[in-house]
Design a protein around this ligand. Structure first.
Ligand SMILES: [Cu+2]
Length: 110
């Protein structure tokens, strides 16, 4: 019993460590994160629209929109969808032109 608890704690620690080392392109078995470029957002309402659009994609787990930078950090299941597919749906549903940055290590630009 004690061994199981210990194993669980160790596993949890490993997940936390992996999480802190994530970059825009890092991914585990069923979770990947990508920073998409979203053009034309001007206010919080735009951010909500983008967020809602991303949510419609099967496999998208979380979306963090930054209006000032014009980006959307999307956490998704790579077995269900892809950055290009997510960008397409956001563009179509929200009206904000969304694209996948060429260099996916465009995680932090200032
Ligand atoms: Cu707006």
């Amino acid at each position: 019993m004690r061994a199981i608890v210990l194993a669980t704690v160790v596993a949890f620690g490993a997940v936390l460590l992996a999480g802190s080392a994530w970059t825009a392109e890092a991914q585990t078995a069923d979770t990947a994160k990508v920073t998409l470029k979203v053009e034309g957002m001007t206010c919080a309402g735009c951010a909500v629209a983008v967020k809602m659009a991303a949510k419609k994609v099967d496999g998208v787990k979380a979306t963090d929109v930054d209006v000032a930078k014009g980006t959307a950090d999307v956490t998704y299941d790579p077995s269900k969808t892809s950055p290009a597919a997510i960008a397409k749906v956001i563009t179509e549903r929200s009206g904000f032109k969304t694209s996948v940055p060429k260099s996916s290590d465009a995680k932090t630009q200032g």
